[in-house]
Design a binder for this molecule. Structure first.
Ligand code: CIZ
Ligand code: SF4
Length: 299
């Protein structure tokens, strides 16, 4: 593995490439990456880098978002089939149909969505800023796409809005059950949950937040044991932040298989062959960028 890491670093330097890795990808990849973060942090990093090539180690919508924000840069994803199961639960034609029938609604779209869906939305949001974005809109009626769990979290925090939830969800976060948390809690510790978890699970949490908010919470916690209610690999990063804390994942199968399609070997090939380049149709990218930039301005 050390040889592979060396080879990756060597190629990265030679080609003036930057490797961005999501908290959910394999720990080895996090260790060779230049930056580790959540999807929005990484898209912003992509914007501030002067590298010629961005290798985005995450699922497709994330690489696509990085490309939308950096149309002039070469953005690569080590495996183009690594997709987000939640993002696939909304398609642009369905949203457009809803808009036609409900013109008084504002469409707020979680960044976990395709560029096509972003392009037919009024504004994007992340799990960190969703409440703020919805609160700042003039419209009283909101369609929240695609995550019904994050949407119900927003609805529980925002007053005076009618929030309609799209029937999408993350099959990995949605699988966590109350009994799993209760079982882990018997050994003590605090429980932190991502808002993509179900409402009844979130209610048991000592802290609810996006992955970047979870990292910040862990940095400052007094707890000696933390039960982690998000993708298991996040613990790889959390252990570096707080080596003194014991971490346990909230259920054993808390693994995003799509993220694991980004393997060290595919990362090496991506650098060697400069594959797989991410392209977004210009018109779609322009519209999607508007929704993302509106979010950035509002948050
Ligand atoms: O569950 C995901 O895919 C998350 C948390 C993505 C993100 O925004 O970083
Ligand atoms: Fe998508 Fe869920 Fe995987 Fe995140 S963890 S990339 S929401 S499938």
């Amino acid at each position: 593995m050390e040889k592979l890491a060396e080879r990756i670093r060597e190629l990265k330097e030679r080609k003036n490439a930057v490797i961005l890795a999501h908290y959910y990808v394999d720990g080895f990849i996090q260790d060779v990456a230049d930056f580790v973060g959540d999807s929005l942090e990484l898209a912003r990093k992509a914007k501030s880098t002067d590298a010629d090539i961005i290798v985005f180690c995450g699922v497709y919508f994330m690489a696509e978002t990085a490309k939308i924000l950096n149309p002039e840069k070469k953005v690569l994803i080590p495996y183009y089939k690594a997709g987000c199961l939640m993002a696939d639960m909304a398609i642009a034609e369905e949203i457009e149909e809803f808009r036609k029938q409900n013109p008084d609604f504002a469409v707020v779209t979680y960044v976990n969505s395709s560029a096509d869906v972003k392009a037919v939305s009024d504004v994007c949001c992340t799990s960190a800023n969703a409440v703020k974005i919805v609160e700042s809109l003039e419209e009283e009626k909101i369609l929240f796409v695609p995550d019904r769990n994050l949407g119900s979290y927003v609805a529980s925090k925002v007053k005076g809005k009618e929030i309609y939830l799209w029937e999408g969800y993350c099959p990995i976060h949605d699988k966590l059950r109350v009994r799993d948390v209760e079982e882990r809690k018997r050994k003590g510790g605090v429980f932190i949950a991502h808002p993509e978890c179900r409402e009844e699970v979130r209610k048991l949490a000592d802290f609810v937040g996006s992955t970047s908010q979870i990292v910040r919470f862990v940095k400052e916690t007094d707890a000696s044991r933390v039960i982690v209610g998000t993708e298991r690999e996040t613990i790889h990063h959390l252990k570096k932040v707080r080596p003194d804390v014991e971490f346990e994942v909230a259920y054993d199968g808390f693994i995003c298989d799509q993220m694991k399609l980004i393997t060290p070997e595919r990362l090496l090939k991506a650098l060697e062959r400069e594959q797989f380049e991410v392209f977004v149709d210009e018109e779609v990218a322009d519209k999607a960028r508007e929704a993302i930039e509106r979010m950035l301005a509002l948050s």
